[in-house]
Design a protein around this ligand. Structure first.
Ligand SMILES: [Zn+2]
Length: 237
C-alpha cells in the first residue's frame, strides 16, 4: 500500500503549488493523525502548514476542508482548524457500521480467497507482530488498520476499500483517544484467528470472529469516564 510522506519531511522546494498539493497535505495530516504524531485537539495553523508545504493558504484551506469532510478535522469559526475529538456516540456508531460492512466482507471473501492471498495475509500478520514487539506505536496502529483494508482490497472492490479506509481513519482517531495500551496485542491475536478461519473458508466462523473482534475493540475503548480503574490507569505500560 502506498504510504504518504511524513508531515515533517514533506514540502517541495519551489514556491509554486504543484498539482495534487491539496491531496498531499490531506494525506500527510491523515497519516500524522493515525500514527499519533498529531493528537486530538491539536490546532492546525494555516500559515504553519502553508510554510511546511510551500503552498498558499488557499491550498491549505482546501486541504482542511477535505479533512473536515473526512471527520478528522473540526473547523471552528474564528478559532481555526483542530484535529477532531470524536464523541462517545460517534465511536459507537463507527463500530456499528464497521460490524455491518466487515462481517459481510469476510463472508464473501471466504468464497473467493486464494492461497496466495492467505500467504499475503500471513506476511501482514508477521509485520503486525514485529511492530507490536518493537513497541512501535505508530507502525502498529497503521498496520492493525491496514489489515482490514487489505481484506477489502482482496475482494477487488475499490469502492468498499475506499469507504473502509475513511471509516478506519475515523476508527484510528477514536482509538487514539480511548484505546487502552493493552489492546493492540489482543487485536493482533484476533486477526490471526480470522486468517485461520479464512484459510479454512469457514464463512460463518469468519463473520462471527469479525463481529467479536470489532465488539472487543469497542469494549476496550474507555468510553465511560467513570469506569476508569485507578490500578489500570497507573499500570506501568
Ligand atoms: Zn482489527
Amino acid at each position: 500500500m502506498k504510504r504518504p510522506d511524513k508531515l515533517q519531511v514533506v514540502g517541495s522546494r519551489d514556491a509554486v503549488a504543484p498539482p495534487g498539493s491539496t491531496q498531499r497535505i490531506v494525506e500527510s495530516v491523515t497519516t500524522a493523525i493515525i500514527e499519533r504524531r498529531l493528537m486530538p485537539g491539536t490546532k492546525l495553523t494555516e500559515q504553519k502548514i502553508a510554510d511546511i508545504f510551500k503552498v498558499s493558504r488557499t491550498v491549505v484551506r482546501q486541504a482542511l476542508n477535505q479533512l473536515s469532510r473526512d471527520h478528522l478535522v473540526t473547523l471552528e469559526p474564528a478559532r481555526g482548524a483542530f484535529v477532531a475529538i470524536p464523541s462517545v456516540q460517534e465511536a459507537r456508531q463507527v463500530s456499528e457500521v464497521r460490524t455491518m460492512i466487515e462481517t459481510a466482507m469476510v463472508r464473501q471473501l471466504c468464497a473467493r480467497i486464494t492461497d496466495i492471498q492467505i500467504r499475503q495475509l500471513r506476511i501482514h500478520l508477521r509485520e503486525e507482530q514485529e511492530a507490536i514487539h518493537r513497541t512501535d506505536i505508530s507502525g502498529r496502529t497503521r498496520l492493525l488498520a491496514d489489515f482490514h483494508i487489505l481484506l477489502a482490497r482482496m475482494l477487488g472492490n475499490e469502492v468498499l476499500a475506499q469507504w473502509l479506509t475513511d471509516l478506519l481513519n475515523r476508527s484510528s482517531l477514536i482509538s487514539l483517544m480511548y484505546q487502552s495500551s493493552h489492546s493492540a496485542e489482543q487485536s493482533h491475536h484476533e486477526h490471526v484467528q480470522i486468517v485461520d478461519v479464512l484459510e479454512k473458508r469457514d464463512a460463518r466462523a469468519a463473520a462471527r470472529l469479525m463481529d467479536r473482534h470489532i465488539a472487543s475493540v469497542q469494549r476496550n475503548l474507555r468510553l465511560d469516564p467513570d469506569s476508569t480503574d485507578l490500578a489500570d490507569a497507573l499500570r506501568p505500560l
